[in-house]
Design a protein around this ligand. Structure first.
Ligand code: ADP
Ligand code: MG
Length: 743
């Protein structure tokens, strides 16, 4: 019987090869092997760029033999060492073989081959020690090598180069693939005919063959298009299924109530809602009044006023007798939210107290660092329902936290919470699941919204409240213009003299090892990962809060009241510093990125970011969002010693040139590795998206989403398409669907 995609590998290749593929590459079935796509294709006569090699990497390079030397080894004069130098025409790579002088007969100058091994270094030269290799047939040889396995592998114009493993070099994989394709039964195409026709998709059988053995570049392009489509479709079908399943669950309807807290709150608001706030507010009000749970993502430009939208949703829940929980990523932010919600509600938040309004509720704050007594009080208020709003950090998720009737979960600055945490809170909803509103601080490129958050309905706040002055951002290049730094401190003094406040941000806390700091200040957050080091990053350690603050206090900012804030401070101290700053008992806050998200002190008008090149683009945009909050003009200075013309400087110039967060998010996406976007890197799980790129394949993703959504809405389980259902399952297992939400 001919093997199919589901057959075990042993049905297609020899036992020894099958064993190696299973053990080293985790490939078990014929389908696994055929979905192990080449990483790239070497073209006959085309050589690899030896300049791109990195030490420690396992590589396969195509290069030409340039020089051969045989010499006795110094320690063992009777042993011979064979040194072969290969070249890409510009650079050289050394290959060394010990006691294998016979290879000299094979390896002759001018021959072209593939060489595979781990890149090492010896006396400043890159080398491959004892590499595997395959010499490529000379054009003349090809003719009489019919039937020769080794040469036939390279007979194609485009030579597949596979992700390989130690002892399973790319040609072993190529040979296994070829043997498999020779005997494989025609692959049934699970994609419905109508979709294939509408989207001009080549058939699966041809695509699988062509990606391994492309006859031409066009052939390869078409094959890749089809296989990318399958990935996008599988993803979108899963997300559509999740949306459908979520919408089918029952929830308690929480319609707005006349004469309630929400009405009073709106009446007391010191400003008019923006058009976007009002429109999204209506959408959410309708969602909450429905008998199925809301799952909505609210994304918005920094400072667009998401918090007000969230508070209004929470008040609608309280008005209808339920409770709302607001989950914040840091204690600083949780405390700030509780403080500002209480302030905005005034007597409406003081139920049980003398001056309480008639309809009043209470706002409880629950964080990990609370002392025993206030913690007990907060827990009691949550459990008996007297707190209509419970604000907290992930302490809210812990056992022992109970709600009388949880109707809404709001997750602020979502990117720091994974899906498990959302689920944990959702589980506290008792009989019916609560509605969920997720807010994200960073504007998200469209493709990411469609994939990573594809199971949520999305709303976007693009407009800032009126009366905001734009933030002016400038790069302060200390290497070229040393005088500008002094001018920066002068500007800070001027802002303070005018009654305003300022932030100074440093990448590091100081007085701690880098590792310790990694655990603090959200450095483990994949979205905030500083960009990879590039030529602009100086080798000295980044500037630190604990070192910069005293220098400023003794030097250029000597007359100002300076506070420091970072993740290593005890929580009550953090809270005290933040309150002092909010109440203008401090002029300047020297801080790490703890202030990055959410911190809202409208009187702050200036921010100086030290070693700005150490931060990512979106992160810088977030940070400066802290100073565009009041009516006075905001100023953000990006201090760097990265030289002009480097990538680091380009990033900073981009941030300085636009305040459009969506544009910057797109730029950030392009600079980050894909795996990071999908959260694969940190979960350690193997990504099943091999070809699809969130950056380049927006159209594929969009089309696949349309088709998948239609198909799934007609046939949620894909019963009419069992093959497709299986393919979707294989592509996106439940674990994988989870990590898609975790960025
Ligand atoms: P973000 O969307 O970044 O979380 P916030 O919710 O913190 O933004 O709001 C930023 C600031 O704008 C706050 O000080 C808030 O009170 C204020 N604000 C929100 N909505 C409006 C509005 N419609 N008009 C004026 N100011 C507003
Ligand atoms: Mg916010």
């Amino acid at each position: 019987m001919q093997p199919t995609l589901a057959s075990p590998l042993r049905d297609a290749v020899g036992d020894k090869t099958a064993k190696a593929l299973i053990e080293k590459l985790d490939l078990h079935t014929v389908g696994d092997l055929l979905h192990h796509y080449p990483r790239r294709y070497a073209e006959r006569g085309e050589v690899s760029d030896l300049g791109a090699l990195e030490i420690g990497e396992h590589v396969t390079v195509a290069a030409k033999i340039d020089k051969i030397t045989v010499r006795p080894m110094r320690q063992k004069p009777r042993s011979k060492m064979l040194e072969v130098t290969v070249t890409d025409g510009r650079r050289y790579l050394q290959l060394t073989f010990f006691n294998q002088a016979w290879r000299e007969r094979q390896l002759t100058i001018g021959r072209w081959g593939l060489f595979s091994g781990k890149v090492g270094q010896f006396r400043d030269k890159l080398q491959l020690n004892q590499p595997d290799y395959q010499l490529l047939a000379e054009p003349g040889e090809l003719a009489d090598s019919q039937g020769s396995d080794v040469l036939a592998e390279f007979a194609n114009a485009l030579i597949p180069v596979y992700p390989a493993a130690a002892n399973v070099p790319t040609w072993t994989i190529a040979r296994a693939v070829r043997a498999t394709l020779d005997i494989l039964a025609d692959v049934d195409d699970p994609m419905p005919e109508a979709i294939r026709r509408r989207r001009h998709l080549p058939d699966l059988d041809g695509a699988l063959r062509a990606i391994h053995q492309p006859a031409s570049k066009e052939d390869l392009y078409r094959a890749k298009y089809r296989l990318k489509w399958d990935e996008a479709f599988g993803l979108q079908a899963t997300l559509a299924q999740r949306r459908l399943a979520a919408a089918a669950r029952p929830a308690t309807a929480r319609p707005p109530r006349l004469g309630g807290l929400l009405e009073a709150f709106d009446a007391a608001l010191p400003f008019a809602l923006t058009e976007g706030q009002a429109r999204i507010g209506d959408e959410i009000a309708d969602d909450l009044a429905a008998e199925h749970p809301m799952h909505r993502l609210l994304q918005g430009e920094v400072g667009s006023g998401k918090t007000v939208v969230a508070i209004r949703a929470m008040l609608q829940i309280v008005d209808s007798g339920g409770q709302a929980a607001l989950l914040a990523p840091t204690e600083v932010l949780a405390a700030q939210h509780a403080r500002s919600i209480r302030a905005m509600l005034g007597p409406m938040a003081r139920a049980g107290e003398l001056d309480a309004a008639e309809t009043a509720t209470r706002v409880a704050l629950l964080t990990g660092s609370l002392a025993a007594a206030p913690r007990r009080a907060a827990l009691a208020e949550a459990a008996d329902g007297s707190a209509g709003i419970v604000v907290g950090t992930h302490a809210l998720l812990s056992e022992g936290v109970e709600f009388a009737d949880l109707g809404l979960v709001v997750v602020d600055e979502q990117h720091r919470f994974g899906v498990e945490q959302r689920d944990a809170l959702r589980a506290k909803g008792g009989e019916t699941p609560p509605h969920v509103l997720v807010m994200t601080a960073t504007p998200i490129p469209r493709t990411v919204a469609m994939t990573v958050f594809g199971d949520l309905e999305t709303s976007a706040l693009t407009q800032l409240p009126s009366g905001r002055s734009p933030i002016a951002t400038s790069v302060v290049p200390v290497a070229e213009k040393p005088g500008w730094l002094a001018r920066a401190w002068q500007r800070v003094n001027e802002e303070v003299a005018a009654g305003h406040q300022a932030y100074i941000v440093c990448p590091r806390i100081g007085e701690a090892t880098a590792e310790e700091e990694d655990e603090l200040d959200g450095a483990d957050d994949p979205n905030l990962e500083p960009p990879p080091e590039d030529e602009g990053t100086a080798k000295r350690p980044p500037l630190a809060v604990l070192e910069v603050a005293p220098k400023l206090a003794e030097g250029p900012l000597t007359d100002l009241r300076i506070g420091i804030l970072h993740g290593k401070l005890p929580p009550d101290e953090k809270d005290a510093v933040m309150s002092d700053f909010a109440a203008h008992r401090l002029d300047v806050l020297v801080a790490t990125t703890v202030i990055e998200v959410g911190v809202d002190v409208p009187n702050s008008t200036a921010m100086v970011i030290m070693d700005a090149d150490r931060f990512g683009v979106s992160q810088l945009h977030q940070l400066r969002g802290r100073v565009g909050r009041g009516s006075a003009a905001g100023l953000c200075l990006l201090v760097t010693d990265a030289p002009a013309g480097t990538k680091a400087r380009e990033r900073l110039d981009a941030v300085a040139s636009t305040t459009d967060g969506f544009e910057l998010a797109q730029l950030d996406l392009e600079q980050r590795r894909e795996g990071d976007v999908l959260g694969v890197a940190q979960s350690g799980r193997r990504s099943r998206l091999k070809l699809l790129s969130l950056i380049q394949d927006e159209d594929v993703i969009k089309d696949a989403r349309t088709e998948a959504t239609t198909l799934v809405s007609e046939d949620p389980e894909l019963r009419a398409h069992p093959g497709l259902a299986a393919a979707v399952d294989a592509l996106v297992d439940p674990d994988a669907a989870d990590y898609l939400e975790k960025t």
